[in-house]
Ligand binder design. Structure first.
Ligand code: ZN
Length: 161
């Protein structure tokens, strides 16, 4: 495939949003620390933050995934990221990467966490939008994951304390 991903905005737009970058890195470290590879059971590792599309990969097999951290209970719509790269990727015929979501929230005085793997996300479950002209990053193209509650998922981890 001749499609070049280098030099374009990372799917997680980390370089542009320092606070998200920290949250993203923390979320990936948590995944690597808490969850073994859902395919082979070996340890996952973090990919470099400029690595396109994927955030973690398995040390023992070819499993790779995108990671999102949400400080909410599991929900239907979650924030994706900068849309230009994913748009190019999808137009080139690549598939949306498998998605691991790290849901963390407080409820009834307890801290709760659920980690889900969405192994397959059809294109129609990505919704593009554009930031307004008055936004700090005016007219920046973004996307959200939508309809997650109707997609098949694997629960990878659950804890409350
Ligand atoms: Zn594996």
């Amino acid at each position: 495939m001749a499609f070049a991903l280098t030099g374009v905005i990372s799917l997680n737009i980390r370089s542009k949003m320092p606070s998200n970058r920290i949250a993203g890195d923390t979320g990936e470290k948590e995944i690597v620390g808490l969850v073994p590879c859902p395919n082979c059971g070996k340890k996952l590792m973090k990919l470099p933050s400029n690595y396109p599309l994927y955030d973690v990969q398995c040390t023992g097999c070819s499993f790779r995934a995108q990671v999102k951290t949400n400080n909410t209970k599991p929900k239907d719509v979650i924030l994706g990221a900068g849309g230009e790269i994913i748009e190019k990727v999808l137009k080139s015929g690549f598939m949306v990467p498998p998605l691991i979501v790290n849901f963390k929230w407080r409820e009834d005085g307890k801290r709760k966490r659920k980690i889900f793997l969405y192994p397959f996300i059809p294109k129609i479950n990505l919704k593009k939008y554009q930031l307004s002209a008055s936004a700090r990053r005016a007219k920046y193209k973004m996307f959200n994951y939508i309809g997650l509650s109707k997609l098949p998922y694997f629960p990878l981890y659950q804890r409350e304390f």
